[in-house]
Design a protein around this ligand. Structure first.
Ligand code: GLN
Length: 447
């Protein structure tokens, strides 16, 4: 059924970079047999799932939507893919994204843009735009995305689906092509909260192959999704509602606060002093790590190599010049600059200190509140082509999502309304580290 949707719609939406119809049908038969024999017992056995193209599936091209990985076929696969297979899930294809997950619109892909299923003149958000558009269009029931600075939560908001970024260390990053290793997390995208919780249970868990993986013993995420949130304390950073927030998003957000209050929750405003430092700290740290992580793409081991060159250094240079897109080059330059001697203290070190201050503010907030509420993005999905003109403006659009990554916190986006032209709006619920169950409970009760 998902394949008929893909055949009908993906010509226009372009959520997928690659699909595996034949294998998926063969696998479905195998899984059905496994279910009958009691091998697969979980709730997601037999469920088709789409995977963002920065997650390695053995024997399948993994491009990160970059020309530089053209032709790269991994000999190994991500831990999350092993876990999907063990649960009897069926991988149906790889989804489009911003190149190396750098961007907020899925327009920096080297393989064409993805369109928002609600309005094809608009972007689906990014960088997990393909995954979110696929779920929104019924071209997948579930999808995996990755979130370094909002890349699951923001496109989920633009596409009217539910997406969760887990606590850092909860889901193994083994086999995820690294963007910014200290911020990256893989997470679920689905039609509702219960689906996301079920998928998170499948993919979460300790993995010795990822040195930042945490051995948690509270991975039964679906358990506390009672619909009761009376007495739960929600905090709203009041600075988040000041300038820059579009009236439609603000109205939908305020309406949600009302609904939560009517459900018996306590909603209070509090103040954050570090808001203006969140974007600079994030872009310095993320670019610094990216410049280091992307060093390996030099034309020797992976994918693309320039056709003509004059010696080794020229081969590196031409391969990288031809292989990387403009946004990725911008990040590499920014990252190399902030790490270079003479500027390291002034930029990179300062960004790390700033991150510590931001974390302290969130720690203090979680002494008072169970869950923090924020918009997922300052506006609804922009029109195609609008965002690339002004990268700074695009970076500023990540204001509500990046602090969550800097602090390693879990966050979920659930739909909370529509704007004047019918584009979806999402609300973000943020928990303290390891408090996925609280945000799942709140989001489930609200949705
Ligand atoms: N838009 C942000 C960036 O470009 C976040 C991307 C992400 O989470 N992968 O860095």
């Amino acid at each position: 059924e998902v394949f008929s949707q893909i055949e009908e719609k993906d010509g226009q939406i372009h959520a997928y970079l690659d699909t595996y119809k034949k294998e998926a049908y063969a696998r479905a038969k195998e899984v059905q047999k496994g279910i009958d024999e009691g091998i697969y017992t979980g709730p997601l056995a037999g469920v088709p799932i789409a995977v963002k193209d920065n997650i390695c599936v053995q024997g399948k091209p993994t491009t990160c939507a970059s020309k530089i990985l053209e032709g790269f076929v991994p000999q190994y696969q991500a831990e999350v893919i092993d876990r999907l297979e063990k649960a009897g899930m069926i991988i149906i294809g790889k989804t489009n994204m911003d190149e190396f997950a750098m961007g907020s619109t899925t327009e920096t892909s080297a393989y064409g843009v993805t369109r928002n299923p609600w309005n094809k003149e608009h972007v689906p958000g990014g960088s997990s735009g393909g995954s979110c558009a696929a779920v929104a269009a019924g071209e997948a029931y579930l999808a995996l995305g990755s979130d370094t600075g909002g890349s699951i939560r923001q496109p989920s908001s633009y596409c009217g689906v539910t997406g969760l970024k887990p606590t850092y260390g909860t889901v193994s990053r083994y086999g995820l092509v690294a963007y910014a290793s200290s911020l990256d997390q893989i997470g679920p995208v689905g039609k509702d909260v219960a689906d996301c919780a079920a998928l998170l249970e499948v993919i979460a868990g300790h993995d010795p192959k990822d040195s930042t993986s945490i051995d948690r013993h509270d991975l039964d995420f679906g358990k506390e999704m009672t619909d009761k949130i009376a007495g739960m304390k929600f905090g709203v950073p009041k600075e988040y509602l000041a300038e820059g927030l579009s009236p439609d998003v603000k109205d939908a957000f305020m309406e949600t606060l009302k609904v939560l209050t009517q459900m018996g929750a306590i909603v209070e405003f509090f103040s954050v002093k570090t808001m203006e430092y969140m974007i600079p700290a994030y872009y310095i740290i993320a670019s610094a790590e990216a410049s280091s992580n992307l060093e390996r793409f030099d034309g020797v081991k992976y994918g693309y190599r320039a056709a003509e060159y004059d010696g080794l250094h020229d081969m590196y240079k031409r391969t990288r010049t031809e292989g990387f897109g403009e946004e990725v080059k911008r990040r590499i330059m920014l990252g190399s600059f902030v790490l270079s001697s003479g500027y390291y203290d002034a930029y990179y070190l300062k960004a790390l200190r700033t991150k510590a201050l931001i974390k302290k503010e969130f720690d203090e907030a979680f002494e008072k509140y169970d869950v923090l509420l924020a918009p997922a993005a300052p506006y609804t999905a922009p029109k195609l082509g609008e965002s690339l003109k002004d990268p700074m403006a695009m970076y500023l659009g990540d204001i509500y999502t990046v602090a969550v990554n800097l602090c390693g916190l879990p966050g979920i986006t659930v739909p909370c309304g529509k704007d004047k032209i019918g584009l979806p709006i999402g609300i973000q619920m943020i928990g303290d580290c390891f408090m996925e169950k609280k945000i799942l409970r709140a989001a489930h009760a609200y949705e």
